[in-house]
Design a protein around this ligand. Structure first.
Ligand code: KDG
Ligand code: MG
Length: 402
């Protein structure tokens, strides 16, 4: 079996997505998600100029060798752009391999370890009342786990909270918007928010919260400690991800479970965190973390330390990634939870999907391969439109972690 061609499809049904399609000499093709929010075109160039020419003629079933060809074989390793490109190739090759064997992808990753995949929803509000009301709405839909974000009194706009009546969307059109941030106001407010949410939802619903990397290690330790009475499922990205050692301080002071890594892209971002048991969940998604080939190894390493998966699953990860993640989550033993932020309906005009949500869990059907397809004609109707994540400044104007 040989790879005969590959192309990158960029489309924007409501938001930008980049999809790699790899063709073979056997009438089978594979799809991989290559979307890197706000930096989409850098991955397109990396794939088109450097990877696709080298893929032609290779046997697509050699997933391990091809992964190492683009990782070990390249002088400039790691980084989000490189690893997203490798992820897309890897995902598409596993799609081909499973289609060739006429079986759903999860069967190549260990088969079924569970039936349904526990997912968490997003609830956010401009203020505490709206956040509580929207948490209730997600619970009514059947969610058993909800991430709660709220506008912070005294801060103009808080990332993770919807603007106007639109659903929350991580990127906005054009150049980055500038947000303002005040850690003191945030730290004073969040324990109060969770006290109130817990009072309303009771103890059985899992509650999660995302700090978006905005605390120093000692601030994160204080927050994690003060949130202990409300039994969070996890506190996400409490400190900036590049300082792995920062998590030591958080761990020393609190038993609130910690999830980290949606901005990571290799196992080398995780080694201290995993081997010192400084975290509880790995967040790095297939689309940015080297695909199935690399995450299989990281999940296995994490499992030895009783660390589970909790993959990133915001709307900027395409349905191809979501389906691949659901196969992965179905198969591995140390699955924890999956983020599920539903795409707008318009996304499904372009991508046909093979998964659905019911009573707290996602289910993937047994279509061969990853099981998602792209309608290229429809995709052409939605051309790329530049959109970025915001940047963040302290209220005095100092640039800060977004
Ligand atoms: O592209 C970045 C977003 O997906 C991210 O900021 C959303 O933090 C996020 C999350 O946990 O889903
Ligand atoms: Mg996050």
């Amino acid at each position: 079996m040989k790879i005969t061609d590959a192309k990158v499809i960029v489309c924007s049904p409501g938001r930008n997505f980049v999809t790699l399609k790899i063709y073979t000499d056997q009438d089978i093709y594979g799809l991989g998600d290559a979307t890197l929010n706000g930096r989409e075109k850098a991955v397109v160039t990396y794939l088109e100029d450097y990877c696709i020419p080298a893929l032609i003629g290779k046997d697509p079933r050699n997933t391990e060798d091809i992964w190492h060809y683009f990782y070990k074989g390249v002088y400039w390793k790691r980084g989000a752009v490189t690893m997203t490109a490798i992820s897309a190739i890897d995902m598409a090759l596993w799609d081909i391999k499973a289609k060739t064997l006429n079986t759903p992808l999860y069967n190549l990753l260990g088969g079924k370890s569970r039936n349904g995949i526990l997912v968490y929803a997003h609830a956010n509000g401009k203020n505490i009342n709206e956040a509580i009301e929207n948490t209730g709405k997600e619970i009514e839909k059947g969610f058993l786990a909800v991430r709660v974000q709220s506008g912070i009194p005294g801060i103009g706009h808080t990332y993770g909270v919807a603007e106007g009546n639109k659903p929350y969307e991580p990127a906005q059109k054009g150049l980055p918007r500038e947000d303002y941030w005040d850690s003191t106001k945030y730290l004073n407010f969040i324990p109060f928010l969770f006290e109130k949410v817990r009072e309303v939802v009771g103890n059985d619903i899992h509650l999660l919260h995302d700090v978006h990397h905005r605390c120093t290690p000692i601030e994160a330790a204080r927050l994690a400690k003060e949130l202990e009475p409300f039994h969070l499922f996890w506190l996400e990205d409490p400190v900036s991800g590049e300082l792995q050692e920062g998590l030591r301080l958080v761990r020393q002071h609190s038993v609130t479970p910690i999830a980290i890594g949606e901005v990571f892209n290799t196992v080398y971002d995780y080694t201290t965190l995993i081997t010192e048991q400084l975290i509880d969940y790995i967040r790095m998604p297939l689309v940015h973390g080297g695909g199935i080939t690399h995450l299989t190894k990281i999940a296995a390493m994490a499992s030895i330390y009783h660390i589970q998966t909790g993959f990133h699953g915001a709307t900027d990860l395409s349905p191809v990634n979501m389906a691949a993640a659901l196969h992965f989550n179905t198969a591995i033993n140390n699955f924890g939870i999956q983020e599920y932020m539903p795409h707008q309906d318009i996304v499904h005009e372009v991508f046909s999907i093979n998964y659905h949500f019911k009573s707290g869990y996602m289910y993937i059907n047994d279509a061969p391969g990853i099981g998602v397809d792209i309608d290229e004609q429809k995709a052409r109707k939605f051309p790329y439109s530049m959109a970025c994540l915001p940047v963040n400044r302290k209220t005095d104007g100092t640039m800060f972690y977004w």
